[in-house]
Write a protein that binds this ligand. Structure first.
Ligand SMILES: C[S@@+](CC[C@H](N)C(=O)[O-])C[C@H]1O[C@@H](n2cnc3c(N)ncnc32)[C@H](O)[C@@H]1O
Length: 194
């Protein structure tokens, strides 16, 4: 059976308990691509449920295929625009962790408003995270990394926390590519206060 979600409504918030056979703590990856990270992370953590969000059909179809081949029952995929999901469709206070790795950097000044992590992001993340939930971010782009940190600075309900070594060691598709080209991973994690 496909892991891709069939949206019956694009106005009613999703109900996680209806998406998985067993209710477990849940994590979310936004912009999961074809699953270089998520497949490995979900395989390592069978007692957690995972949602992957990706807007490109080709990429998420590849992940669907790989997830089915691995017989993962703790992975569910949403082909949808992340901002709309964050604002309207993801449930309140539902996730232990949100992973966003190598989001599109939009390097030109006039395109910066397209970046996902900006001044409004911490509030969106706060809505969907459980107390003590963590946002994990990675990028290869120093200017975007700075913007990520500036965006979280005024959000006093988040504090910087260490990224677990086990997590940092699970790399993404883009990360492997950039690292091979000599661009190091810039990473930061933020924990939501109780
Ligand atoms: C640079 S790629 C990184 C993919 C993966 N995280 C990795 O590190 O290998 C960014 C991914 O985010 C997806 N993406 C960008 N903006 C998005 C949005 N607003 N909603 C959903 N997916 C988005 C893109 O389609 C792309 O697959």
């Amino acid at each position: 059976m496909s892991l891709l979600h069939e949206f019956e409504s694009v106005t009613e918030p999703l109900r996680l308990e209806e998406l998985f056979p067993v209710t477990h703590p849940a994590e979310l990856e936004i912009g999961c691509g074809d699953g270089g990270f998520l497949l490995e992370w979900a395989t390592r953590h069978p007692k957690k449920n995972f949602i992957g969000v990706e807007r490109l059909l080709g990429r998420i179809r590849k992940l669907d295929k790989k997830g089915r081949r691995a017989e993962l029952t703790n992975l569910h995929l949403l082909r949808f625009e992340a901002r709309y999901l964050l604002q309207y469709l993801l449930p309140d206070h539902a996730f232990d962790a949100v992973h966003i790795y190598f989001p599109d950097p939009w390097p030109k000044d006039k395109h910066r408003r397209h970046r996902l992590i900006g001044e409004h992001f911490p509030e969106l993340a706060r809505r969907i995270l459980l107390p003590n939930g963590i946002v994990h971010l990675r990028t290869d782009d120093p200017a975007y990394f700075e913007q990520m940190q500036e965006s979280f600075l005024p959000a006093k309900y988040f504090s910087v926390t260490e990224t677990p070594v086990e997590l940092a060691n699970v790399t993404t598709e883009f990360e492997r590519q950039w690292n091979e080209e000599g661009k190091p991973t810039l990473r930061v994690s933020y924990r939501l206060e109780k």
